[in-house]
Design a protein around this ligand. Sequence first.
Ligand SMILES: Nc1ncnc2c1ncn2[C@@H]1O[C@H](COP(=O)(O)OP(=O)(O)O)[C@@H](O)[C@H]1O
Ligand SMILES: [Mg+2]
Length: 169
Amino acid sequence: MFVNSIVIIGFFLYNYIGDKMEYKFITSSEDETIELAQNFESEKFPNMVICLNGELGSGKTIFTKGFAHAMEITDTITSPTFTIIKEYEGDMSLYHMDVYRLDEDSSDIGIEEYFDKGGVCIIEWADNIKHILPKNRLDIKIKVIDENKRSIIINAYGKEYEELCEAVL
Ligand SMILES: Nc1ncnc2c1ncn2[C@@H]1O[C@H](COP(=O)(O)OP(=O)(O)O)[C@@H](O)[C@H]1O
Ligand SMILES: [Mg+2]
């Protein structure tokens, strides 16, 4: 439990709308976003899918870095914009994707294969490939408020992700 996490600075809201849970809060620095990612990592499970959306420079890669370091991945994590998928080996496999250049019409490049390979998938610009995302997943939308503040909106789809949020947030 990380209820006392400094990440929850600013405000914290929790809504229950139908079968969807939404959490909102604000991080006030890069380190707080990293801490949030580390908290999620502590409850990771095989085939976990985390979808990140938000404008360029909002913090999608920073979140991924925080998650990867907590997985004991020592490689440098960069935005894999030109490679689409980068694989890292930590205490589980991490598949870091950046699908900025893809859309609904992109030919099948086998992204779906990664969703059930037993590792964790973190997908930047995931909304671009909404049509192939698994139904059960964590959606994280990051909005820039100012230089160091980010609004983080988290939607959990599916029981395992709802329980994850309850454990972490
Ligand atoms: N609260 C915050 N959370 C995440 N990043 C932040 C925050 N405040 C400032 N930043 C800065 O915003 C930038 C985010 O970059 P990056 O993660 O590469 O964005 P994206 O992958 O979304 O394009 C970094 O330079 C980081 O230092
Ligand atoms: Mg990025």
